[in-house]
Design a protein around this ligand. Structure first.
Ligand code: ATP
Ligand code: MG
Length: 394
């Protein structure tokens, strides 16, 4: 039996004249994700995108699982395809969905007749298919309000699609339709979630990670690669820049008051990230900050760091509780990686008593205590190493 994958557009459907651009981007993103599984063809039709496998041996379960993480769809269903003949439709519905129906008590049939030349109207299609299934499966009953299984029959121009349950899609807007932003990624729980949330709104990601070897280990960097690998299953390819940060951190330790270590470090991160972001054509920064979570994330500390960014800073986790962030990190499968215990540059030289109410004026004065900071920042910028992170790269 020939099977295809049906995708229901989400918010794209609201995009009026731009719709086609959004759908094209969605298809491009899906292609990127599944082309290593075999050959597929793509068709746009009435708020639906039809993905047809062109080889026999394609792993459709894997294709559905990958497409389920591509932003821009609200629903996904695998469907059987058959000819526009009611006897064949009835038989195909039975063959394709009998395993589900045998274990169900109730079902209903829905029909859509996009091809108005088909001789039966939608209610007649429902009667025909429903009646046939009732005659074949003992004990099955119709429940139009709350059925366990819904058999959907779509009569389209080029054939009939029959499917059972529709799985939820990834939601959001196709990545690449809303510009690019630069994610400051640590190895923690929050920043991968922040990247996922902004990518979901159609934004492509560049990432920046500050590493301070030998204080931070190679394992901490591996962790960041793995975290971004998970995020890229949703966002697509991510360009990661790893910035050498040791010299700057040591200078902060040597010249700044201890209570200002973290805020000063964060200010410099904002400056360097802005520079990388602008160089890469990104239009905003993203951080995983959450208000009040730690001393460097009070409203006063954020005021001190925000002024160092030359681009808008998106902080999608800002109003979320830790457990709300954890729920998302589990969903996107980053949690178990995030909790591995490797040192991050934020945990190196952590002040015992950080100042929770720093002022921007004082923060500027502290930063000015570091000799040759501009030169060190140039060096860090120039020493940034690019790695391209892409899930499912074949
Ligand atoms: P996370 O769970 O994302 O690490 P956190 O609550 O531990 O967040 P901090 O460690 O205070 O918070 O960091 C706040 C934000 O600063 C992070 O969410 C991230 O965006 C950025 N950040 C922290 N450390 C780094 C780093 N080494 N490289 C790049 N960005 C970083
Ligand atoms: Mg952290």
């Amino acid at each position: 039996m020939k099977e295809i994958i049906l995708l229901k557009d989400g918010e794209i459907a609201l995009k009026g004249l731009n719709r086609s651009t959004f759908e094209d981007m969605l298809i491009k993103n899906i292609k990127e994700r599944i082309s290593s599984l075999g050959e597929f063809s793509y068709r746009k039709a009435q708020s639906t995108i039809v993905v047809t496998p062109e080889n026999e041996d394609i792993d459709l379960d894997e294709a559905v699982s990958r497409i389920g993480k591509v932003f821009g769809t609200v629903g996904i269903a695998r469907a059987a395809v058959c000819e526009k003949d009611i006897d064949i439709i009835r038989q195909t519905a039975y063959d394709y969905l009998k395993d589900d129906l045998m274990f169900a008590k109730t079902f209903k049939v829905t029909a859509k007749r996009a091809d108005k030349n088909f001789p039966l109207k939608s209610p007649e299609i429902c009667d025909e298919v429903g009646g046939y299934l009732l005659s074949k499966i003992r004990g099955l009953k119709v429940d139009v309000h709350n059925p366990e299984v819904t058999v959907a029959v779509e009569v389209r121009d080029n054939g009939v699609y029959i499917h059972g349950k529709q799985l939820p899609g990834a939601g959001g807007m196709p990545t690449g339709t809303a510009g690019r932003a630069c994610l400051l990624i640590s190895g923690g729980i929050d920043s991968p979630v922040a990247g996922y949330m902004i990518a979901k709104r159609g934004v492509r990601l560049t990432a920046v990670h500050f590493a301070s070897p030998p204080y931070t280990s190679e394992l901490a960097e591996m962790k960041v690669h793995e975290l971004l690998g998970k995020v890229s299953m949703y966002s697509g390819r991510i360009n990661l820049f790893t910035v050498p940060f040791t010299e700057i951190q040591e200078a902060i330790r040597d010249y700044c008051p201890e209570e200002m270590f973290t805020v000063t470090m964060r200010r410099i991160m904002m400056k360097l990230s802005s520079r990388i972001a602008e160089w890469q054509g990104a239009e905003a920064l993203i951080t995983g900050e959450s208000l009040g979570q730690v001393a460097s994330q009070t409203i006063h500390a954020l005021k001190c760091t925000d002024e160092c960014a030359t681009l808008p800073v998106f902080r999608p986790c800002i109003g979320m509780d830790k457990n709300e962030i954890v729920i998302i990190s589990r969903k996107i499968d980053t949690f178990d990686i995030s909790i591995r215990p490797y040192e991050d540059c934020c945990t190196v030289f952590t002040p015992r008593h950080p100042r929770t109410r720093p002022t921007p004026k004082y923060a500027r004065e502290v930063e000015a205590m570091i000799p040759d900071l501009d030169k060190m920042m140039d060096k860090a910028f120039e020493g940034a190493v690019l790695k391209i992170i892409e899930a499912y790269k074949s």
